[in-house]
Ligand binder design. Structure first.
Ligand code: 6GU
Length: 223
């Protein structure tokens, strides 16, 4: 899978998307992430990428020309399955969307900044608008990093344990059950006996029961 991310502050992405699991995905050749500095397509000597809003009001608007130029340059090279715009008024991102997007081959992600992008970009180029939750970030870069991480870890071969993505919280709309590792006793606190029993069926049953119990208590809205 290839993901091209267009950003006003690409440094915010480079610091997060080239470490740990996303680094492993890229080293294994399963994921290619290319970041693009929108300022490279900026206008005039000052490489301007934003301007005052028509009609007045606070904040700046991201200009239409640099974004068209950047996206069209990419689209000349290959076909993209989606052109995603990161914006707090987009559809709220969830595991189902991550699963869907992880099946695509080429994605463009445009990170919003300031008061957002000129509406003509959204009307003409964007196929999907994503928010990561009901709060406002100063830019779309951190939100894009969240989305790319959630997608990247689902690609076949990225996770060590083939099954482990299937057992995540949210993968079946349940939160994950508690986990323990050695030692079996610590300061009088004991690991539940069933997990030490080696009885696979009973362990599976216990985990499912706990997942339901925790979801009922912490996130009844998921049920
Ligand atoms: Cl995608 N962008 C910004 N700027 N703020 C957000 C967001 C995105 N999702 C939630 N808050």
């Amino acid at each position: 899978m290839r993901i091209d991310i267009i950003a006003a502050v690409p440094e915010l992405l480079d610091s997060t998307l080239h470490h740990s699991m996303m680094k492993r995905a890229q080293d294994k050749g399963l994921l290619e992430i290319h970041t693009h500095d929108l300022r490279k397509y900026g206008i005039g000597n000052y490489r301007q990428i934003d301007d005052y809003p028509y009609g007045g009001g606070a904040g700046m608007v991201m200009k239409v020309e640099p974004i068209f130029e950047c996206i069209e340059e990419l689209q000349k090279e290959r076909t993209y399955d989606e052109v995603i715009y990161m914006t707090p008024d987009g559809t709220v991102f969830d595991q189902k969307t991550a699963n869907q997007l992880s099946l695509q081959k080429n994605l463009i992600i445009l990170c919003g900044h300031y008061k957002g992008v000129d509406q003509r970009v959204r009307d003409q180029l964007i196929t999907r608008e994503i928010s990561i939750g009901d709060y406002v970030l100063s830019g779309g870069e951190l939100a894009a990093a969240v989305v790319v991480d959630a997608i990247g870890r689902l690609l076949p071969g990225v996770l060590n344990d083939e099954c482990s993505a299937l057992e995540d919280s949210f993968q079946d709309n349940l939160l994950a059950p508690p986990v323990y590792t050695r030692p079996a006793q610590f300061r009088g606190m004991h690991v539940p006996e069933v997990l030490l029993s080696g009885h696979d069926a009973r362990i599976r049953e216990w985990r499912e029961e706990k997942a339901w119990e925790i979801t009922r208590r912490k996130r009844p809205d998921l049920l």
